[in-house]
Write a protein that binds this ligand. Structure first.
Ligand code: UD1
Length: 423
């Protein structure tokens, strides 16, 4: 098994270019199944999750031409599409559920074993199913009890749907399914994440009629057919946020290129509260963590445009060394404090109570053997490793490959002392 060996590094300095968004490209790849014509996706990050989605699409019957060294994928789903997603792939990646609507539309039947993915809470999918039922699908309740989604529909019909929680995945599945349903769908309390907007832009280019993506009400007028398109994926806001914290925690100065600051308003506001200097320039976003003292602030995660749950662990890494105590409240996932145990091995002294973590701050962290307990927690412990005294060894780094393109190379380029070692 590979591990990271990280030594205390000086301030990160230089430039970094942000890759295409993982969470935008996965639903867009699923949406290529909605047409039998050629689709081209550009700025695709070379990530494990993208590999798994490519494999899933080709197992389902699509022709996938993967050129990740050029950050490009071409998909043509012209042949007969299968109804069942192979369990071996689905269990590797929760986002596999995103093909649910496409399978129903293309084959009238979808069978998917409930997926794994990050170990951050139960992550149910009742909202995806509520939406599909409203559109006219029937779900086999007995199979569902066994953890298998078995959905059938001859023809989906537009409906009025209210989501009890603005789930990103449920919004994406419903928007895809409604695009080819008969009539109009109105989706209320929809997720408003930038990745939803990117998916809607992709579908609209394909000929869909979607309005309101990026707000809490999305209106979709179903169309008869969608056609092939070429599309550039938006930059990854979580990768950008992680490098912003990288500049802050190491008291460094990084120019972040290909980042859309509008997608990171909450993170930028919170970093500024901590004393981090952030400047928007023509060449990118300049983040300077060395200009002012680092001070604490409180953070509460929320659906977009609130503070992103995916930035919670990297931000907590920063708070461990900021001056003064802080409180982090996680409201999106029920079990997303697994990194706390890892930070505490390095001397962070954090206490958790339910959804709250109390961070004393003012710590000098010490290198330790820690684990990347999930994707974002993995990036977070790497950041703490960069400032901890001595050496930090990070295990389970395969989680990080799921979501950060060329993470080690990008960090090294900025001056980090990080190596991949084999056991
Ligand atoms: C997506 C992102 C993930 C991010 C998350 C929240 C992708 C591939 N992944 O995940 O990186 O952390 O959004 O921003 O885009 N829920 C229910 N019932 C449901 C659906 C969701 O209770 O039917 C709950 C989940 O358990 C979780 C919360 O809602 O606690 C958020 O889930 P959701 O927004 O669906 O996240 P994902 O789409 O899985």
């Amino acid at each position: 098994m590979s591990k990271f060996l990280i030594k205390k590094s000086g301030p990160l300095k230089g430039e970094v270019k942000i890759s295409g968004s993982k969470n935008a490209v996965l639903p867009i790849m699923a949406a290529t199944l909605l047409t039998d014509e050629d689709c081209e996706i550009l700025d695709v990050p070379a990530l494990k999750d993208v590999d798994v989605m490519c494999e899933l699409l080709s197992c389902l019957g699509a022709d996938v031409d993967k050129e990740l060294e050029k950050n490009r994928i071409k998909v043509k789903a012209a042949k007969k599409i299968a109804s069942e997603a192979p369990f071996e792939l689905v269990k590797q990646m929760r986002a596999s559920i995103l093909v649910l609507g496409a399978l129903l539309l293309r084959t009238g039947h979808a069978i998917i074993h409930l997926p794994g993915g990050c170990a951050i809470g139960e992550r149910p999918i009742e909202l995806h199913l509520k939406g599909l039922k409203a559109l006219g699908a029937t779900i086999d309740e007995e199979q569902l009890l066994k953890g298998i989604v078995d959905a059938k529909a001859d023809r989906l019909k537009g409906a009025s749907i209210y989501l009890d929680f603005p789930s990103v995945g449920a919004t994406e599945v419903i928007v895809m399914a409604a695009s080819l349903a008969e009539g109009t769908t109105v989706l209320q309390n929809a997720a408003q994440e930038p990745e939803i907007v990117d998916l809607a832009n992709f579908l609209n280019k394909m000929g869909a009629r979607i309005k309101g993506a990026g707000t809490d009400t999305i209106k979709i007028e179903g169309v008869e057919k969608l056609h092939g398109v070429s599309h550039h994926v938006i930059p990854d806001r979580i990768e950008a946020g992680t490098f912003m914290v990288g500049a802050a925690i190491t008291r460094g100065r990084i120019l972040i290129k290909n980042m859309l600051p509008d997608h990171l308003k909450a993170v930028i506001a919170k970093l500024r509260e901590c004393g981090v200097h952030i400047e928007f320039t023509d060449n990118g976003v300049l983040v300077d963590g060395g200009k002012n003292p680092l001070v604490s602030t409180d953070v509460k995660t929320l659906p977009y445009p609130g503070f992103p749950t995916d930035m919670q662990s990297p931000f907590m890494a920063l708070l461990t060394v900021a001056k003064g105590p802080s409180v982090v409240i996680e409201t999106v996932f029920e079990n997303r404090f697994m990194h706390v145990g890892e930070f505490n091995r390095m001397g962070a002294g954090i206490r958790t109570e339910g959804k709250c973590a109390i961070i004393p701050g003012n710590k000098v962290l010490k290198g330790a053997s820690v684990a990347a307990t999930d994707l974002r927690a993995g990036a977070a412990v790497v950041l703490t490793g960069l400032i901890a005294e001595g050496t930090t060894i990070v295990s389970q780094i395969y989680h990080i490959d799921r979501g950060y393109e060329h993470f080690v190379d990008k960090l090294k380029e900025l001056g980090a002392d990080i190596e991949v070692v084999e056991d």
